[in-house]
Design a protein. Structure first.
Length: 66
């Protein structure tokens, strides 16, 4: 193969790889990150709600004992 032909195939391969990364891989990464962040936020909200409920129950019990 000629050097110019190798350069053309190399450039075409780089363009195809860039296209695949931009169209398929980056959106997949963002989707995975979104799912992880959404799950973590959901867990954090439930933990905060449970802690708030425990604190309210603690305050009520403390008030009733006095």
């Amino acid at each position: 193969m000629n050097d110019n032909t190798k350069k053309v195939f190399y450039i075409l391969g780089a363009l195809v790889a860039g296209y695949i990364v931009l169209v398929y891989i980056i959106p997949l990464i963002f989707k995975i990150i979104g799912i992880v962040i959404g799950t973590l936020l959901n867990i954090a909200i439930w933990v905060i709600l449970v802690l708030a409920l425990i604190l309210i129950i603690h305050y009520i019990i403390k008030s009733v004992k006095k």
